[in-house]
Ligand binder design. Structure first.
Ligand code: HEM
Length: 457
């Protein structure tokens, strides 16, 4: 740690905060296997800023102070790189994915993708979401235990495939659905997902090795996506309302359309970012709603107040419904951290002046559990979101600033419509009467055991 000058309050400005002293390997094992416990312990010991060291990664600063988060999210976009910190996603998403880039290319790709997730477009996806949910509900057998996470994954994968390609049947669609499901399972468990995070484990030892299997699955998905793009181009039919059509029609400021490789990698980015995350959030929501009868009762009362066959947009505006979704995303945020921000030009944040190359990791989980913002933070209390409004630096399950999740509105919309359809059409109960805890699954924090549930009506 270097003390370089005096700040406004004549406190020394620090470059790096203190942090755990355990060897890198131990910090890595704890961070991968018991992420929440490790975060809570470290923040209790070191406060709102602390430094962690993971094997194979540069030292990074974990930040859980809302003022600091605000300064990061509102800083000039040239202050940080974020794409550079996401290179571990390269094998999964492909080199052209906007998540791996900064500067002009990132901004341009965001501009090309954003119209697909605009409010007006969203309405068109509403009926699709409800229809797919009904199809999946119809497969549930009374009295049979099933995994809520798997069922929600089936819904969210079908929704994203249908909205992206405008299709829900055919050989290519079935293959994509199966391969995406298998890929997510390959990177599913805490141990298996380590190879995504740790380059040292990325050894292709054939189809039976996790990395080898992953590479082959990814190659097959790429081939399917390339084939779809080529067929669309050859047919020269751009009348569809799906996201791929919009992406193929979009032109950058120089009038250039996206290349085939760009289209493929952005499709993969949306498929990946858009379904596992939403499925996890939905599984958690079902867990909380069915473990707390008073929450379910209030939700149903509010939903029923709209009468039979309510307008879809009216559902999305119900205040208690919204509060339940927000509380679900607060208590166990689907991802623990936003993308890492790598300092590009020196920046002063509160007592620190961070130098170029420093990695900053705004921690969604730790902010969402600050007792000064969320008293009794481990309890599920949707009323918090009715009693006060939280700033985008106090509640940010979708990150913020120039990297804020592109699919935020889509995910909230989907969560509400899927839950409303399930609550209106079925009666479910939890199959097990014990608390469900989160564990790492791919890049998300998912419920252990997937939330076992039974349909009773
Ligand atoms: C509950 C569901 C979801 C959660 C919790 C979530 C969360 C996040 C977070 C935390 C980030 C990083 C933001 C930052 O670093 O500031 C992100 C980025 C992103 N998300 Fe989501 N997401 C969800 C659903 C979706 C959906 C449905 C899509 C698209 C279909 C999507 C597409 C993306 C993309 C493309 C980025 C990268 C943005 C960029 O690099 O500029 N996400 N998401």
């Amino acid at each position: 740690m270097v003390t370089i000058s005096k700040n406004r309050q004549t406190e020394p400005i620090k470059n790096l905060p203190d942090g755990p002293k355990t060897p890198r390997l131990i910090q890595t094992i704890r961070g991968v296997l018991q992420p929440l416990k490790y975060l809570e312990k470290s923040s209790k010991e070191y406060g709102d800023f602390y430094t962690v060291k993971f094997a194979g990664f540069p030292t990074q600063v974990v930040i859980s102070n809302p003022q600091a988060i605000q300064e990061i999210f509102t800083a000039d976009s040239k202050t940080f790189y974020a794409g550079k910190g996401n290179q571990f996603l390269h094998p999964l998403l492909g080199e052209h994915s906007l998540t791996l880039h900064d500067g002009n290319y990132h901004q341009q790709q965001r501009k090309l993708l954003l119209p697909s997730f605009h409010g007006e477009r969203m309405k068109a996806y509403g009926n699709t979401i409800c229809q797919i949910t009904e199809q999946v509900i119809n497969q549930w057998k009374l009295g049979e235990v099933f995994s809520a996470r798997q069922a929600m994954q089936e819904i969210s994968l079908k929704v994203i495939l249908r909205t992206i390609f405008g299709l829900d049947e055919g050989e290519r669609y079935d293959q994509l659905r199966q391969l995406m499901g298998e890929l997510i399972d390959t990177i599913g468990s805490p141990l298996k997902s380590s190879f995504i995070l740790l380059p040292i484990l990325q050894k292709d030892l054939g189809n039976w090795s996790p990395w080898g299997k992953f590479l082959r699955q990814k190659q097959q998905i790429n081939e399917l996506l390339n084939a779809e793009i080529r067929e669309r181009k050859a047919a020269n039919d751009f009348s569809g309302e799906d996201i791929l059509t919009l992406m193929m029609l979009a032109k950058d400021e120089a009038g250039q359309p996206m290349s085939e490789a760009e289209l493929r990698d952005e499709l993969m980015t949306l498929l990946f970012a858009g379904h596992e995350t939403t499925a996890t959030a939905l599984a958690w929501a079902l867990y909380w709603i069915h473990s707390l009868p008073e929450v379910k009762e209030k939700l149903l009362k509010e939903l029923n107040s709209l009468g039979e066959n309510p307008d879809l947009m009216a559902i999305t505006k119900l205040p208690y419904f919204n509060a339940v979704c927000c509380e679900t995303l607060r208590i166990y945020p689907v991802v623990l951290f936003t993308f890492t921000r790598i300092v590009q030009t020196p920046i002063r944040i509160m007592d620190y002046e961070f130098q170029p190359g420093t990695l900053l990791s705004p921690c969604i989980y730790l902010v969402h559990h600050r007792e000064d913002l969320y008293p009794q933070s481990k309890q599920f209390k949707p009323e918090r979101f009715l009693d006060r409004q939280f700033s985008p630096y106090e509640f940010f399950p979708f990150g913020g600033g120039n990297r804020r999740c592109i699919g935020m509105a889509f995910a909230m919309f989907e969560m509400k419509l899927v839950l409303a359809t399930i609550l209106q059409r079925t009666e479910l109960k939890l199959a097990e009467n014990r608390p469900v805890l989160p564990a790492r699954r791919g890049i998300t924090m998912a419920p252990v055991g997937g939330v076992k549930i039974v349909a009773t009506k």
